[in-house]
Design a protein around this ligand. Structure first.
Ligand code: ASP
Length: 321
């Protein structure tokens, strides 16, 4: 089956720093995206690239850059994370996020929170100020309340009319949760900093109409997010249940580390395997060599990249488009 991919091969010298971001994968085709949507998504991705790259250009860490880039997208209602998150079957917005530091493989994640403005920052708090890797639901909210710099908002902050309409459409059509027409809009970022460290971050509202406390791949370290200086940094978007079963993010890093594959080769192989299970989606990647890649098995993926050697670039569609 055709895989849609696009890699930037590193030059003789690695760029000092890199940043790659995504705003979800799915049925993103020219005939479905209005000029207004394209403009809004482009502006959102460019704002996230600008925020993250300013940190990296100033000598900041990959970890700070991916958190900052994701925070921008979390506030943007055009993406399925925090503000603009999809609705659960019961009409709530339940948020999942994770972050990982490739320099020491420290990681933090939260799942099913409903009042945290920036779930990615709470995930980082779990990583840095708790003995745990993953907190969920009421416990995660309680942990957040003990940290004054974690902003708590009313759940109505996350709700948008368009996402409510998507829930109503799903219920009316009795559509499948993995119907790619209802595109995945998760956000993520991966970066390499001037010290040679990588980091990855992912934040999502999950799938429209999810129930029973369903949690996808995005907050699962090794599935939706992974970072290891010895391999690469990965953030995923797609049909979470399949990404969990394949261990997508870790599997890509392991192939890079043990088989010596390029990021592009490893990502293409792992996404093809995930597709044989029935799950489509995409990943963004960067590594210590300065390679910046993406790969997806959906018609399109909102994505962008920038490095110390290259200008900001934003793309939506696959090669077939
Ligand atoms: N991967 C996410 C999930 O399954 C959905 C997405 O990528 O939009 O929760």
């Amino acid at each position: 089956m055709p895989l849609t991919a696009n890699a930037q091969t590193p030059g003789e010298q690695r760029p000092e720093w890199t940043l790659v971001i995504h705003g979800g994968a799915g049925t993103i085709t020219r005939d479905r995206i209005t000029p207004e949507q394209a403009e809004a998504v482009t502006a959102g991705l460019n704002a996230a690239l600008a925020t993250g790259s300013a940190i990296l250009a100033g000598g900041g860490s990959a970890l700070d850059a991916v958190e900052a880039a994701v925070r921008v997208l979390e506030d943007d209602p055009n993406f399925n994370s925090a503000r603009g998150a999809v609705f659960t079957w019961e009409g709530k917005n339940e948020l999942d996020a994770s972050i990982m530091d490739g320099s020491n493989r420290a990681a933090g994640a939260i799942a099913g929170v409903t009042t945290i403005r920036h779930p990615i920052s709470l995930a980082r708090k779990v990583m840095e100020e708790s003995p745990h890797v993953m907190l969920s639901g009421a416990g995660a909210e309680e942990f957040a309340r003990d940290h004054a710099d974690i902003e708590i908002v009313d759940p109505s902050w996350f709700a948008t009319p368009e996402r409510l309409r998507q829930l109503e459409e799903l219920k009316a059509r009795q559509a499948n949760w993995f119907d790619v027409d209802l595109k995945y809009g998760t956000v993520g970022a991966v970066a390499l900093d001037s010290e040679g460290h990588v980091a990855a971050a992912t934040s999502t509202g999950g799938l429209t109409g999810k129930r029973w406390g369903r949690i996808g791949d995005s907050p699962i370290i090794g599935a939706g997010t992974y970072a290891d200086d010895r391999g690469c940094a990965v953030s995923a978007t797609g049909a979470g249940e399949y990404f969990i079963r394949e261990g997508v993010a870790h599997e890509i890093c392991a192939r890079v580390r043990f088989l010596g594959e390029t990021l592009q080769e490893a990502a293409d192989v792992v996404l093809a395997e995930t597709q044989t299970l029935g799950g489509s989606g995409g990943v963004i990647l960067t590594g210590p060599s300065g390679e910046m890649s993406w790969s997806f098995t959906t018609p399109g993926m909102y994505r962008g990249r920038i490095s110390s050697d290259s200008e900001a670039e934003v793309a939506f569609y696959g090669e077939a488009e």
